[in-house]
Design a protein around this ligand. Sequence first.
Ligand code: NDP
Length: 607
Amino acid sequence: MNTPLKKEYSNLGFDPDALRDKYRDERDKRMRDDGDEQFLRTREEYGHFAEEDPFVEEPEEREPVQREVDVAVIGGGFSGIMAAARLKERGVEQVMLIESGADFGGTWYWNRYPGSQCDIESYCYLPLLEELDYMPKEKYSYAPEIFEHCQRIGEYYGLYELSLFQTRVTELRWNEDDSRWTVATHRGDDIRARFVVQAAGTANVPKLPGIEGIHDYKGHCFHTSRWDYDYTGGDHSGGLTRLSDKRVGMIGTGCTAIQAVPFVGEHAKELYVFQRTPSSVDLRGNSPTDEDWYRSLQPGWQRERRENFADIVVGRPFEEDLVADGWTDIFRRLQSVLPPEEAVEGDPEEMALAAEIEDFRKMNEIRSRVDGAVADPETAEALKPWYRQFCKRPTFNDEYLETFNRPNVHLIDVSERKGVDRVTEKGIVANGIEYEVDCIIYATGFEMTSAPHRRVSFDVIGRDEKSLFEHWGQGLRTMHGMASHGFPNWFFIGVNQNGLSVNMTAMFDDQARHVAYIIDEVMRRGSQLAEVTPDAEAEWVAEIQRLSFANREFYEACTPGYYNNEGQLDDPGKGIINHAYSPGINAFNALLGEWREQGDLDGFELR
Ligand code: NDP
């Protein structure tokens, strides 16, 4: 049922009811029954999409390693390097970091596709800017700068000498006899660790559309996170000249495609972009860092900026919007119509309506941008997103939409059939038509919030031979998102039952500090192990469930995507909102801070 419109919103210049209906129709058109099962995992016969590393000439040869350490950190992306760094700061030296890439970086090691850039402001996103005295080049950093920053952190904290690269973990197994974890790898290593920090990332397992025929395709193909520059020519900054005689099909139009399409469109003989749901494409508006401004920032500025940003994007009232960009825009508008005191104490229905109206305004602007940029009206219409701004990850780009004015670039709308039909030996079938292509680029994302066993490429076997995926079979079960009963001395950093932030590196660093604190405390107290009690775990799960209803209505009305588990909100353990600490990262950090302050590792049993 439509919400009755309050009097003061009667002269909007648009009809909210009509927009609500349109949003619902567009959502319903895309709803499928198969949720995350619609995707193919990049394993076994599809393993080569993820396991081969196009960025190294030859995998390094080495003998299997046998070693005993205090802490094994799985993953060398931001979450892993921050965990190792925070442990080292506390004097925990016997750390080993295990990483599948040939260097640090994680997401930024793998995602080198042309144009890749972070949408979160660099001054918030790049960790340790003050400690390392580094000034980002621009407001929004490109991938090479971020990758370099990971290397900079690795050097600064002496992490290279602690790390095993080009090594994939295949299993973690708890040994009751000596209270150690065994870390098995695809290189036959035997690593024993007192503690494990699983920091394997959120965008680490690429996925493919679960359609027939991917295996039959005889042309060239790759996933965007394994960009094949040998085939396309060029590099991150473009120049994909080897595509000049190639017909290319790209499947997917999320954040990755928005950034890569302009470069492929510039060089390919023909480019077919297969779009199921259009992204919301806002202005990028990048600019070089003003050095005088940067040097004038006072100590502690980065945390202050991160917290200010995090507060604003969860809808908290604010005095100043330090970042002031496309992420915070909608909240600035909302606050201008809804004074802060009302935002805290006002009528919730009134507030929800005000938020919806500002969202309609924002999305009307996003849709008008399409009309302004794209010449062909039919193509422009198909590129318009019909959902609320944060139903899907918003994107920001100043060249994507215009690329569809090129005569060699074709948008193929596959929304009516809920995706492309299938792949054949020669190309892609969509809406019953076969498009013959020389190359297929899958911009189809990652197993970010799908079932836990899909997100991680190895199993974790805890006490009594119990698999973590079995423990989490009916939904995630953790305390603070970072530890589970039955898995002693095992800690998780990532997107779990914790306070989320779209500024993921800030979130990872806060978790890293917390985990480093616990490990250090357990070691200093001379305990062998720390294990979350069943009661503490159950209490946290109940708290998360209680809070998660706050955003439910919003995500129910959204077009399917990984935020709302492809529209299946009741599936346990999947999606982003039904297991997050909804008050947000700042409130979560305050809670963890008090917990540490209490000093008794409440909820852990030490033995
Ligand atoms: P996404 O999951 O956002 O996008 C996947 C795309 O594939 C969607 O457009 C999806 O359509 C489409 N798709 C899936 N199955 C089919 C099918 N059967 N037929 C046709 N299309 C299909 O992946 P991305 O790699 O773009 O982004 C993943 C995440 O990584 C982002 O959300 C963001 O968190 C992060 N990222 C951040 C960047 C940044 O900061 N700039 C850049 C890149 C990534 P549909 O929408 O209909 O499901």
